[in-house]
Ligand binder design. Structure first.
Ligand code: CAA
Length: 260
């Protein structure tokens, strides 16, 4: 018998909401959740019908409380590295998705949950959100990119303190540190995420895709981001959409983009 889905998918005008639904385990990331995340992001990558994605957790207590600790019991070094690599690969798929992905963080975003939020392009938090990388409490290091992306987002000193102490930070501190860009009343985070994505959905889709790639290029040690920028400027200025954008500006009307 097929397993019932753990990610509930809603769609409205090309904006997809993925709700991770294991509230009894505070939405912890188990194998099935990983499979469903991978299926969604591999199926829709490059499909411009998808204009944006929101990832959130079911209930009001947790976004995602981490990797599923109960799956760790019998894991040896080889299996652990394989799991970590799989998590990293899925989170790279999110980070490299053509359309913006917003984490709407409602409650705990710990360990793999904080890492999932950090792989999204933008983070919005309800005022009950708590972020942390508590892996040292379990005698572990982060496995899904947290040791790298937390430094990118909050800087070396704070990332070091958070990883070593396992202390959580609240939504206001996350805002101050730049880990999130908006704090809302608890329960309003998905609405705010939608508002951001509706705005972005009116922009040139190719330009949005390449903007995501360019910001990612800054953090890719093998890529010269400035070179990528002049190549992408050429690519976008040669596109039908850029001609439409310029014509719409001159004619004082709204541009109608076709992702071409
Ligand atoms: N994995 C599996 N189950 C989890 C879980 C997790 N990460 N987090 C919570 N749960 C389960 C609990 O076991 C509990 O289930 P039972 O009722 O069956 O016992 C249920 O969710 C509710 O949790 P609590 O009773 O613990 O709720 P609380 O309000 O007392 O505490 C909490 C909330 C502080 C978030 C606490 O649950 C907690 O510390 N969770 C673990 C957080 C954590 O360590 N995350 C990192 C995981 S390791 C990781 O993610 C590695 C990586 O980078 C790849």
């Amino acid at each position: 018998m097929a397993e019932s889905p753990l990610i509930h998918i809603g769609e409205e005008n090309g904006i997809y909401t993925l709700t991770i639904t294991r509230p009894e385990a505070l939405n912890a990331l188990n194998r099935q959740v990983f499979n469903e995340l991978e299926a969604f992001f591999s199926t829709y990558n490059g499909d411009f019908q998808v204009k944006g994605v929101i990832i959130t957790g079911a209930g009001n207590k947790a976004f995602v409380a981490g990797a599923d600790i109960k799956e760790f019991a019998a894991m040896d070094a080889v299996a652990g590295s394989a799991l970590s690599k799989r998590g990293q690969d899925i989170f790279f798929m999110i980070e490299r998705f053509h359309a913006p992905v917003v984490a709407a963080v409602n409650g705990f975003a710990l360990g793999g949950g904080c890492e999932l939020a950090m792989s999204c392009h933008i983070r919005v938090a309800g005022n009950n959100a708590k972020f942390g990388q508590p892996e040292v409490n379990l005698g572990l290091v982060p496995g899904y990119g947290g040791s790298q992306r937390l430094v990118q987002l909050v800087g070396k000193g704070k990332a070091m303190e958070m990883l070593l102490t396992a202390d959580m930070i609240n939504a206001e501190e996350a805002l101050r540190l730049g880990l999130v860009t908006h704090v809302t009343e608890s329960g309003e985070e998905v609405t705010k995420a939608k508002e951001i994505l509706i705005k972005i959905s009116t922009k040139g889709p190719l330009a949005v895709k390449q903007s995501i790639a360019l910001i990612n290029a800054y953090f890719d040690k093998k890529t010269d981001g400035f070179e990528s920028e002049y190549m992408d400027f050429g690519l976008t200025i040669g596109s039908e959409d850029s001609k439409e954008g310029a014509a719409a500006f001159v004619e004082k009307r709204k541009a109608v983009f076709k992702a071409k």
